[in-house]
Design a protein around this ligand. Structure first.
Ligand SMILES: [Zn+2]
Length: 425
């Protein structure tokens, strides 16, 4: 197959990558692990002098750094026909008011099953964690985390208003989450105007997380106003208080509206504070700046290139899947990749164009495997029915997923649709 050079052991002597950044290789596997990687002279089956069949493009299974399993697939029952932020908030509230553990289990199971067959190997999911549904949701998703261990690694983040972490109940809940290997989360915005109370609440959360040895993942600046204010405060507090903890800013959307120099200076401060960023283009482009009669010209989403340039680790996530916040998505990393390459001007044949979906996402989640194939790494592959990046962008490719040396059955969406059967004849 043809693999991006960035996903192959950099120590390995291989033929030079082609102009798409791909190297043709033959892989040997035994007992679910890669035993050897052999470079091939060209990317064709046959002699490559014409008429040969091109080898398929392959990746290692990808990583979803930001999801909401507790509300996934709820959009049909709780629609948001205007597609606005306010509409999403209201529909989410109606749905949460009657959220039951059984529904969360169904949604989580469906999400993980699809993710697994589509070629995801890890998901970080936020869980609405303030309300009567909070503990039942956690219990169910912790059970699913155990059940799916070794197939899709599930990380769970407690999503509450940041001020909750300052209350005695919040502190007790944080210890409960930390004891179960969860992360602390919260929302700054949107928009985020940063009052002294917000500052104190955020500082209390960061100190609490540091004391508990817990990572933090915040929803920050998911708006088109007060650009970058939330991420600026997070970075400033981490640097000034000399706090050392893994911290991810999810969204960081409004930052893109800063003038170029201010944006770059903020990105440098974030790099110095070791803040990671998860960009969420699909939900941002769907919700932010929505106008009833106009197509917006300002499209706030994390300025991925400027952040990378400054040395910030950036991943791209899908965020909402078929819920009031975004009607699309399916836990399909290839669909997200195809969408995001155009939406975020990423080029997959460069290392930093592909890393947000693979190695950088693995790094942000602190996964054991970085996603680079080397001798001894898992025999895990996502092999595509496309031989080049252009073909991948031209049409949704079929795929085969190899996990620990065994091929999985394809996702049901790649089988013939029963909906079309009525048209036959
Ligand atoms: Zn989110």
């Amino acid at each position: 197959m043809r693999l991006p050079r960035a996903l192959l052991d950099p120590q390995l002597r291989l033929p030079a990558a082609d102009d798409q950044g791909l190297v043709a290789v033959r892989l040997e596997q035994a007992d679910g692990r890669i035993r050897a990687i052999h470079g091939l002279a060209n990317g064709f089956v046959g002699d490559g002098t014409g008429g040969g069949t091109p080898l398929p493009l392959a990746l290692t299974p990808l990583v979803e750094p930001h999801a909401h399993l507790d509300k996934a697939f709820s959009g049909e029952d709780f629609p948001n026909p205007d597609g606005t932020m306010a509409g999403a908030m209201a529909a989410n509230g109606r749905e949460a008011a009657e959220r039951q553990a059984e529904a969360v289990r169904r949604r989580g199971e469906r999400a993980l099953e699809r993710a697994w067959r589509y070629g995801l190997r890890a998901i970080r999911s936020h869980i609405d964690s303030l309300g009567p549904w909070a503990l039942p949701s956690w219990e169910v998703l912790l059970e699913l985390r155990r059940h799916w261990q070794g197939r899709v690694e599930l990380q769970l983040v407690a999503l509450v208003p940041v001020g909750h972490w300052r209350t005695p109940e919040g502190e007790a809940f944080a210890a409960w989450v930390a004891a179960r290997g969860g992360l602390l989360g919260g929302v700054l915005g949107a928009p985020f105007r940063s009052t002294p109370a917000d500052r104190a609440a955020l500082l209390a959360l960061l100190r609490l997380a540091e004391r508990l040895g817990c990572a933090v993942d915040l929803h920050v600046d998911e708006s088109a106003e007060d650009p970058g204010r939330g991420v600026a405060l997070v970075s400033e507090l981490l640097l000034r208080q000399r706090l050392a903890l893994p911290l991810t800013c999810s969204h960081a959307s409004s930052m893109a509206l800063l003038a170029d120099r201010r944006c770059c200076r903020l990105a440098e401060a974030m790099a110095a504070a070791a803040v990671g960023v998860v960009a969420l283009p699909s939900t941002n482009l769907w919700l932010l700046g929505k106008h009833p009669r106009r197509t917006p010209s300002l499209r706030p989403q994390a300025p991925i290139r400027q952040l990378q340039e400054a040395g910030v680790t950036v991943a791209v996530g899908g965020d909402n899947v078929q819920d009031p916040w975004f009607p699309g998505g399916d836990f399909d990393p290839i669909a997200l990749l195809r969408f995001s390459l155009a939406a975020s001007h990423l080029v997959p044949w460069r290392r930093l164009g592909l890393s947000p979906f693979s190695t950088a996402a693995a790094q942000l989640l602190g996964l054991d495997w970085d996603g680079v194939l080397r001798e001894g790494s898992p025999a895990d592959l996502l092999v595509l029915g496309a031989s080049s990046w252009g073909e991948l962008l031209a049409r949704p490719p079929r795929r085969r997923v190899l996990r620990a040396g065994r091929w999985l059955d394809p996702p049901s969406s790649e089988e013939p649709s029963p909906l079309l059967a009525a048209c036959h004849g």
